[in-house]
Design a protein around this ligand. Structure first.
Ligand SMILES: Cc1cc2nc3c(=O)[nH]c(=O)nc-3n(C[C@H](O)[C@H](O)[C@H](O)COP(=O)(O)OP(=O)(O)OC[C@H]3O[C@@H](n4cnc5c(N)ncnc54)[C@H](O)[C@@H]3O)c2cc1C
Length: 460
């Protein structure tokens, strides 16, 4: 039997898993990518930011060496070496993906794809036409642009620029206090740059639980990062070697000088030039419309990842890519968004899944909340990382876990247990009765659940 021809457009974390899954399911797969395999996540997003943050976290750890009975020579940062390592890790991972694709016999075409009709695409650079039975669009997103007076003449840096600076600026102003702004802000601050983060809303990382974002704000301020909330950028001007930015906030107008000014104000879906409108694919407010099976309004065309304007995270794109491949090849497999983890790789780390306390109250009327501090966890104490907490928001009547919010050491790893708990509709009682390994930070999850079911053991 002739296998289905699946065309995947975009080789990011939405597209390449779709291609791999489709190939594993027996399809004849072609992947078209105009830039680099790996897309934003591997080349200019998740991976490079985390490589840089990992270096600064080791740096901070080594600074505390004497607490662990270790003596070190004077510690220095080699910014050039750090950037070189970032590039090396990115190259290693993108080469790994390329070899997986090769191994699975996915045909990779380099170029920009555009529909000519609903069953064929043209590679614009070469004119080659590829026909397919099924199409999976994973063309991603581009940075949203801030409308700041003067930014036409003085372009604001993007996260791409911040990941590729050749030398360290004296000072850096970042407009936008979402997760990308705070991660890159902390990296540069820890490299000795004077960093100010400006956020329009009343708190940084505003989609997180209020208590958690306040705790993160306090921790970043303590490190010397300037944070201005309820503040918007109005205008940017040149001021000698510096840039002068006029801000408007609760105390009126103020001017801030910075050597570099960046913007990190979200991303918007990207499908320009692919002719999706011409072939009648439904779009809405700049995104491709899909259902929970990643189906568009045209039966054999699917869309996944950032281009659908949903939850713009790598692990979501990846799950959607696989989901689209399964459905394109005959399965009926909707994707559950019940338990999508959100992670911020600052120090302290932040991770969450499910409803914030406020959202849970809005949805359920009233809820119960258990908090367990890291200072009461033996492992955190021996690691000298005792700040932060695990917070569980649960249904009042049956104790079903509705949301888990963590700020503290290894929060981004610990959250995986909470993802399972939410996906399987676990109650706080069940979570409290599970045996957690000792000594580990995960004991905190059990203890936070015990707070709502019989009382914590390791708190007075
Ligand atoms: C600085 C930064 C840090 C981030 N950190 C995290 C994180 O820690 N965790 C997390 O979960 N998410 C993170 N993200 C978000 C994550 O990177 C995105 O959600 C993810 O990359 C989306 O994947 P995608 O496949 O939908 O799109 P993309 O990664 O944008 O890939 C789309 C690909 O399609 C290609 N393409 C576009 N149009 C065409 C065309 N016409 N023809 C051929 N190819 C085309 C593009 O070149 C690109 O390679 C971060 C993002 C940024 C910017």
């Amino acid at each position: 039997m002739k296998s289905e021809r699946v065309i995947v457009v975009g080789g990011g974390v939405g597209g390449y898993p779709a291609a791999l899954r489709a190939s594993r399911m027996g399809a004849d797969v072609t992947l078209i990518e105009k830039e680099k395999i790996g897309g934003v996540c591997l080349n200019k997003g998740c991976i490079p930011t985390k490589v840089l943050l990992h270096s600064t976290s080791i740096y901070e750890e080594v600074k505390k060496a004497s607490l662990f009975g270790l003596t070190t020579e004077k510690l220095k940062i080699d910014f050039g070496a750090l950037l070189a390592r970032k590039n090396a890790v990115v190259n290693r991972l993108t080469a790994g993906v390329a070899s997986l694709l090769k191994n699975k016999k996915v045909k990779v075409l380099n170029g920009t794809a555009a529909f000519t009709d609903t069953n064929s695409m043209k590679i614009l650079e070469t004119g080659e036409v590829v026909n397919g039975d099924k199409f999976i669009l994973a063309t991603g997103s581009v940075p949203a642009q801030l409308s700041l007076r003067g930014s036409d003449n003085i372009p604001l840096l993007t996260s791409d620029d911040l990941l590729n600076m050749k030398s360290l600026p004296n000072s850096l102003l970042i407009v936008g206090g979402g997760y990308i702004g705070v991660e890159l802000g902390q990296f540069y601050s820890r490299m000795g740059v004077k960093v100010t983060i400006v956020e329009m809303l009343n708190r940084i990382v505003p989609t997180e639980d209020e208590e958690i974002s306040s705790a993160l704000e306090a921790a970043l301020r303590k490190e010397g990062i300037g944070i201005l909330t309820r503040t918007t950028g109005e205008k940017i001007e040149k001021a000698g070697k510096n840039k002068k930015v006029t801000l408007s906030g609760p105390d009126g107008r103020q001017e801030i000088m910075a050597s570099e000014v960046a913007q990190s104000v979200g991303r918007r879906p990207h499908y320009a030039g692919t002719n999706v409108e011409k072939i009648g694919l439904k779009t809405e407010r700049g995104r491709i419309v899909v259902n929970d099976k990643m189906e568009t309004n045209i039966p054999h065309i699917y869309a996944v990842g950032d281009v659908t304007g949903g939850i713009m995270l790598a692990h979501v794109a990846m799950a959607e890519g696989e989901c689209a491949a399964r459905n394109a090849l005959g399965n009926q497999s909707p994707l559950s968004y019940r338990a999508v983890p959100r992670c911020i790789y600052t120090a302290p780390e932040v991770a969450s899944v499910g409803l914030t306390e406020r959202n849970a109250i809005e949805e359920r009327g009233s809820v119960q909340v258990g908090r367990f501090p890291f200072h009461a966890i033996g492992k955190a104490s021996l690691m000298e990382e005792t700040e932060g907490m695990i917070k569980i928001v649960a249904d009042k009547k049956h104790g079903e876990v509705l949301g888990v919010h963590i700020i503290g050491p290894h929060a981004t790893e610990l959250i995986a247990e909470a993802v399972l708990a939410l996906e399987l509709e676990v109650t706080v009682e069940e979570l409290a009765h599970m045996i957690h390994p000792h000594p580990t930070l995960s004991e905190g999850m059990g203890e936070a659940a015990m707070m709502l079911s019989g009382g914590a053991l390791h708190l007075p």
